[in-house]
Design a protein around this ligand. Structure first.
Ligand code: ATP
Length: 331
């Protein structure tokens, strides 16, 4: 599968009164054309900051301090704001957790959809309303809702409008940051089904961000696991379902109820993520890791490619072990 997005060594910091927060630290991953790539990890590990860095939504005190974001051959970090605005919606669009952050509360849905279309395709003004109605149909909303203001719609309907807007110009990449977290489970399921249906129909790639690992395992082709600003594992869904390799991913999986099989007590991960102003010198997960070896305390593991995916863990990177070999070596 050809790459659509290539993120290389992306680094983003926040200036804070206590010091510099290294929220995203040399993160690299790629997303193939038509692929659904998930980014998971505990709250505060840098998922949203990564998404904002890619989509140019970082605001002071956040600062992109290094790295490259290549979208279909275009280096996004090198574009001027005007050049980037031309790509927004047409090549890349973003769906945020709260629809109200995506929608203008004082404009009717009709005007927001039409404006989004006309801003990029001025020649489409005459057919824009028709296209807006078609977009509403795509997300299963009645066309008369075009006359509503955002506050007149339910949370689920608003999120459907945002998804319709994200689709309006047929982008090749849609970034979804916790798109259903604020919604109840039934509405959430309906929206996830809709997203998958649209993705199949139009073939765009998705960067899907959530802390809900089971949901991610249902819908993503490959999953990147972030911990304390670092990407620690990237694996195909099937690999993670067979059994995660990184001790942090294992812990994360143990924090959620199993998708099937008998009910088990949730294990959780003891301790808390580190302070990102003064992260541990070695592996950032070391203080919480039950499988750590001596060098984990002092030597930061690099993210390395092997037969099973990418992993940043001394249990694997030095010797290129499979999950089974690594656990056998530990026993
Ligand atoms: N304005 C800010 N000033 C200082 N630090 C910030 C600011 N915004 C975010 N951070 C820090 O950056 C780190 C990454 O935050 P981010 O929101 O990207 O994480 P996340 O994984 O998306 O979390 P969540 O799942 O809770 O949204 C966190 O440690 C957070 O405290």
């Amino acid at each position: 599968m050809a790459d659509l997005l290539r993120v290389h060594n992306l680094s983003i910091e926040y200036a804070s009164p206590r010091g510099v927060v290294k929220a995203v630290d040399e993160v690299s991953f790629s997303i193939g054309k038509g692929e659904i790539f998930g980014l998971a990890g505990e709250s505060g590990c840098g998922k949203s900051t990564t998404a904002f860095g890619i989509s140019r939504l970082l605001r002071h005190p956040a600062k992109l301090t290094g790295g490259s974001v290549l979208l279909d051959g275009t280096e996004l970090t090198a574009l001027s704001d005007e050049e980037f605005d031309r790509l927004r919606w047409s090549k890349l669009s973003i769906v945020l957790q709260s629809a109200m952050n995506n929608l203008n509360p004082v404009l009717k849905i009709r005007d927001q959809l039409v404006d989004a279309i006309v801003a990029h395709e001025p020649e489409a003004r005459r057919e824009a309303l028709q296209r807006a109605a078609h977009l509403m149909k795509l997300v299963d909303l009645p066309a008369d809702r075009l006359d509503s203001y955002p506050h007149e719609l339910s949370g689920g309907m608003r999120q459907r409008v945002v998804i319709a807007m994200a689709m309006a110009l047929k982008p090749s990449l849609v970034i979804m940051d916790e798109p259903t977290t604020a919604l109840d489970v039934v509405v959430q399921n309906g929206i996830i089904r809709k997203i998958l249906e649209l993705q199949k129909e139009f073939g765009f790639s998705i960067l899907f961000i959530t802390h809900d690992l089971p949901l991610m395992l249902e819908m993503c082709d490959r999953i990147g696991i972030m911990y304390a600003g670092k990407l620690v594992e990237v694996s195909a869904r099937e690999e993670i379902l067979r059994g995660a390799r990184h001790p942090y991913t294992q812990g994360l999986l143990g924090s959620f109820p199993a998708l099937s099989g008998p009910k088990q007590r949730l294990a959780g991960i003891p301790g808390n993520p580190p302070d990102l102003i003064r992260p541990p010198a070695g592996c950032r997960f070391f203080p919480r890791c039950s499988q750590a070896v001596a060098k984990c305390q002092t030597l930061q593991p690099a993210l390395k490619q092997d037969n099973w995916g990418q992993i940043a863990c001394h249990l694997y990177t030095e010797e290129g072990l499979s999950r089974e070999q690594a656990s056998a070596a530990r026993e």
